[in-house]
Design a protein around this ligand. Sequence first.
Ligand SMILES: Nc1nc2c(ncn2[C@@H]2O[C@H](COP(=O)(O)OP(=O)(O)OP(=O)(O)O)[C@@H](O)[C@H]2O)c(=O)[nH]1
Ligand SMILES: [Mg+2]
Length: 327
Amino acid sequence: MAVILPAYNEEQTIGRTMREFHSVAPDAFFCVVDNNSTDRTADNARDMLRELQAEGVVLREERQGKGNAVRRALTDVDADVYVLADADCTYPAGQLPELLAPVMEGTADMVCGDRLSGGDYFKENRRLFHGFGNRLVQGLVNRVSGRRFKDIMTGYRVMSRDFVRIYPIITEGFQLETDMTLFAAQARMRVLEIPIRYRDRPVGSVSKLHTFRDGVRILWSIFTLFRYCSPLTFFSLVAALFALCSLLSGGVVIGEWLQTRYITHVPLAILAVSLGILAAISLGTGFVLDAFTHQRRLDLEIRIQSNATRRFTATRNKGGNGRNTTE
Ligand SMILES: Nc1nc2c(ncn2[C@@H]2O[C@H](COP(=O)(O)OP(=O)(O)OP(=O)(O)O)[C@@H](O)[C@H]2O)c(=O)[nH]1
Ligand SMILES: [Mg+2]
């Protein structure tokens, strides 16, 4: 098992986070990914590895961003199960066994620590708009994915090797968590959410999340994903908008022609026709991209099937019925 801790200027809390996780998972391989920290984060992590006599590594990633850091860890470390957490002591290491069990047993591909159901997050995290932002993103993601996720942006996750091997990390920053959940939904992975306790960062440690900058990036990435994943719906909506404008501007022209058999609003007629053409082009684009999306889904499914670790093997004994389980 690998515990991945992306850390950017977390000298105050990285050691304590590692100690807490080590106390519940002494055999875990720690992977701390430092990202150009200007404080003693990397040194403290190395010191703590030595002190705990734990297995692990402190990696350095040049490209800034949590997504880049996690990508480095998942690319460099091979493990049967991956635990992802923040290096800021906010997530309860004590609940790791609960989160770990379903992935270990093979009944879930990703288990998320749900901060919101217990209510701690709203009490503990006092930053204005964070509760609102979480709810907004959750509503949008649930709408796009058709699922009912409770906490989409949690940073405490346990992931199976199978999930990690097929998940392409293309996001660089804090969009990572939202993207992971959306991808899991798209790939029809089994996602389980378990309510967890949540504490605010200890006094003196500083959050790396910029409410508006990162909020806008997350919303933009959901919008982009909607365009990529449901192009037919997306471009049909665009086409409907163009068609409506075309009808509104063309209505006047048609009305005039019906009454007088003349068209005096020539510019308006040209506008209406142009908007109609744009509507048709948008709809056509939607159909073409829909075919691409279909192909991409097929490719993804093939990748999932060829990468999956099979839980059961049917024995090929001559007279047997092939069953080796009672589950
Ligand atoms: N390596 C790396 N880690 C990062 C970067 N940005 C954030 N992190 C780490 O990602 C984790 C989450 O960042 P936080 O600032 O706690 O973000 P958050 O949990 O959404 O915000 P809070 O609710 O304020 O804690 C922490 O362990 C950070 O150190 C980065 O650019 N590089
Ligand atoms: Mg945090």
